[in-house]
Design a protein around this ligand. Sequence first.
Ligand code: ZN
Ligand code: ZN
Length: 86
Amino acid sequence: MIASLMERYLKDGKTNWRCLQCHKESHRKADMVRHVEAFHVETMGFSCNQCGKTLKTRESLRSHKTLSHKDFNKMTQKDIQHIDYL
Ligand SMILES: [Zn+2]
Ligand SMILES: [Zn+2]
């Protein structure tokens, strides 16, 4: 999982990191890792705590919650820790 994550971005020049899948750039590696994890890493799934639906990426779970339950703003610290278990 970690190794495949690292193959999805590269250092581009002295300061930028670039996502190989959508060409987003970031100055900070940590931001790039978070971006790749959120948008491009397919996992066994992140399950919605509202309806039990399983989404493959963090971003798809986030947008599912926003669209289906309109409660992203109400996400609790507990939800966030659950999502970050990887
Ligand atoms: Zn990307
Ligand atoms: Zn749901």
